[in-house]
Write a protein that binds this ligand. Structure first.
Ligand code: SAM
Length: 261
């Protein structure tokens, strides 16, 4: 949920949004509106569901058990972001939460945890990552929430890969004969979107993994510069650079038809 510093409440909801629709607010959202933002029935808030744009809604009921609002006016039409996926080897908390939050802010469409040979995390709490992504989407005024997929092995990821989507492999050392051109050059070659990044774990990719990846036509090694970045930094740097080179990094902030509370 948006932080108390944010001027107006902005919540992700799951119901359909149209004029007059009743918006059910479960206990945690109602608690946040009541005790953190200190809102009361009659107050305005913004809601979005990833399908119907953003709506101004009016609180009707708010108590300990939950609340209800009514959708009044669509303030932004639904618009999708670029189709960019972040495949990343899971790392320990708080780094993995940081990845979910910041990758959402940077406009990733899909978050895909991938177990590699040197990944030292064996379990991923997908629900917590989804909660982080929802909160970040509320905060950054996205109109959708990225899909957070269940973890897969690197072999399974590559086996099922949609080969029309370039997979940009963040390869800091160009190991095993892989030439790693700068990201800008790889983006020029790979085009896109759709596009995806693959970021290794803190221990890096195994040489055999790099060998296997190097044989796949849809895999494009990329360098993110001369410094070895932490795994969380690498994914976020890749996304930020890509958005600026080929995504929506040059677009202005959203405009609304009505911003009254
Ligand atoms: N221990 C590894 C090593 O020294 O080779 C470093 C792994 S790095 C902490 C984690 C991941 O971030 C790497 O597997 C790679 O995917 C990505 N990465 C870090 N720095 C990078 C760079 N300069 N260029 C491309 N990828 C980078």
């Amino acid at each position: 949920m948006t932080s108390p510093k944010t001027a107006a409440a902005r919540l992700y909801v799951t119901c359909d949004l149209l004029e007059g629709a009743a918006v059910d607010l479960p206990g945690p959202q109602a608690h946040y509106l009541r005790t953190v933002l200190r809102l009361a029935p009659g107050a305005g808030l913004a809601v979005f569901n990833g399908r119907d744009g953003e709506w101004r809604a009016r609180l009707e009921r708010l108590d300990k058990a939950g609340g209800t609002a009514v959708a009044e006016l669509q303030t932004r039409a639904q618009q999708g972001g670029p189709d960019v996926t972040l495949c990343f080897a899971p790392i320990k908390r708080p780094g993995i939460d940081f990845i979910a939050e910041k990758a959402t802010e940077l406009g990733t469409a899909v978050l895909q945890p991938v177990f590699t040979a040197h990944t030292d995390v064996t379990r991923v709490n997908v629900e917590r990552l989804r909660a982080n992504a929802i909160e970040a989407a509320e905060q950054c005024e996205r109109l959708d929430v990225p899909e957070v997929r269940v973890p897969v092995s690197l072999a399974a990821l590559l086996e099922a890969w949609p080969t029309a989507c370039p997979l940009l492999l963040a390869a800091e050392r160009g190991a095993s004969g892989l030439a790693a051109p700068p990201l800008a050059a790889a983006v020029r070659e790979a085009g896109g979107p759709p596009v995806a990044f693959l970021i290794g774990p803190e221990g890096g990719f195994a040489a055999s993994e790099l060998d296997d990846l190097g044989k796949l036509a849809f895999v494009h090694p990329v360098s993110l510069g001369p410094r070895i970045l932490r795994a969380d930094t690498a994914g976020l740097a890749a996304l930020a650079c890509w958005q600026s080179l080929a995504g929506d990094g040059g677009s202005p902030p959203p405009a609304r038809t009505d911003t009254r509370p």
